[in-house]
Design a binder for this molecule. Structure first.
Ligand SMILES: NC(=O)c1ccc[n+]([C@@H]2O[C@H](COP(=O)([O-])OP(=O)(O)OC[C@H]3O[C@@H](n4cnc5c(N)ncnc54)[C@H](OP(=O)(O)O)[C@@H]3O)[C@@H](O)[C@H]2O)c1
Length: 288
């Protein structure tokens, strides 16, 4: 399959290139193909004529979006609109990635693809706007929501908390937000499985299991043998600019319906990430 990939240097984009290596032809772009530039996007899609376009480009600064609303909407809503219009003009299917943050977090059971979004921050609303453009403009789209990503490329909670744990005798981590940590390499592989179905529509794709950020930090420290103390704090104590869902655990009902294996437990994925893939990446042993 010939895949045109945007956001190729991000966490997911990097892992998509890795899992496609030797299997699919990938034409990869990052900020050299600005998805907010409609003419450039349309020209490139018409030139490449891929079998599938995967968009992993996004503006992911959840707190920054509160003060950079227009940037968030340009990248997370106008970008997908441009990609969808380019796909519409060329008949190319689009796989677009969205977030668990489109839900308000008031549920007490995992959200399925059929639950109603109710985004509560600028970032979340901009991502939801992107979903609406994709689903409104195209017949052939895969809209895949994921959550709490960690991967070898880029910044993420896992890398940040390891650094803090090594430098400090104690760390304070929120214990009242629950979600599904997800390894971007596992997600990349699952995206390819979804793309092979031809069953267009919405999907939830996160590693199985769920936890709070506090529990996740403890899991990370145990695997890394880091002895720092982990204190429980609340979202209120942290006083971040953007609201976050209290509970954003997702159920992959669409995968279940398609008979596709659920993603493995996040603790298993985390162990592979920390003990195998991240050291290899940091040692420069991985070529992408
Ligand atoms: N990270 C998470 O925890 C999380 C959770 C749920 C859902 N998601 C979604 O999962 C997808 C992948 O996330 P990720 O963590 O892999 O993202 P990421 O690491 O932030 O990568 C995004 C990439 O897109 C690039 N980019 C930004 N603006 C662009 C533009 N206008 N045109 C082209 N490229 C642009 C970025 O470049 P710069 O770095 O130079 O800006 C970066 O290389 C996104 O849709 C994201 O919203 C992420």
């Amino acid at each position: 399959m010939k895949i045109l990939l945007t956001g190729c240097n991000g966490q997911l984009g990097t892992d998509l290139r890795l899992v496609c290596d030797g299997v699919h032809e990938v034409i990869a772009h990052d900020t050299d193909l600005d998805i907010t530039d409609r003419a450039a996007v349309c020209e490139r899609v018409a030139e490449v004529r891929p079998d599938l376009l995967i968009n992993s480009a996004a503006y992911n600064d959840v707190d920054g979006a509160e003060t950079n609303e227009l940037t968030a909407y340009r990248v997370n809503a106008l970008g997908p609109q441009n990609l969808a219009l380019a796909c519409q003009a060329t008949g190319v299917p689009l796989m677009h990635v969205s977030t668990d943050f489109v839900f308000n977090g008031e549920a007490t059971a995992p959200y399925t693809e059929f639950d109603r979004p109710d985004p509560r921050s600028v970032y979340a609303r901009s991502k939801y706007a992107g979903e609406q453009y994709v689903s409104g403009l195209l017949d052939r789209f895969y809209l895949v929501r994921t959550s709490w990503l960690f991967g070898t490329a880029g910044k993420n909670f896992v890398k940040t908390i390891i650094k803090r744990g090594r430098e400090q005798t104690g760390v304070r981590v929120v214990d009242d937000q629950m979600g599904c940590p997800t390894y971007s390499r596992d997600l990349a592989a699952k995206l390819l499985e979804i793309a092979a179905t031809g069953a267009y529509g919405y999907y939830h794709a996160s590693n199985s299991g769920s936890c709070t950020w506090n529990r996740f930090a403890r899991d990370i420290f145990i695997l890394m043998g880091i002895k720092t103390r982990v204190y429980m704090i609340s979202t209120k104590d942290l006083a971040r600019p953007a609201a976050r869902p209290r509970y954003s655990v997702m159920r992959s009902l669409a995968l279940e319906m398609q008979g596709i294996e659920p993603m493995r437990h996040y603790q298993e994925a985390l162990a592979d990430f920390l003990l195998r893939d991240l050291p290899a990446w940091e040692a420069g042993e991985v070529e992408v």
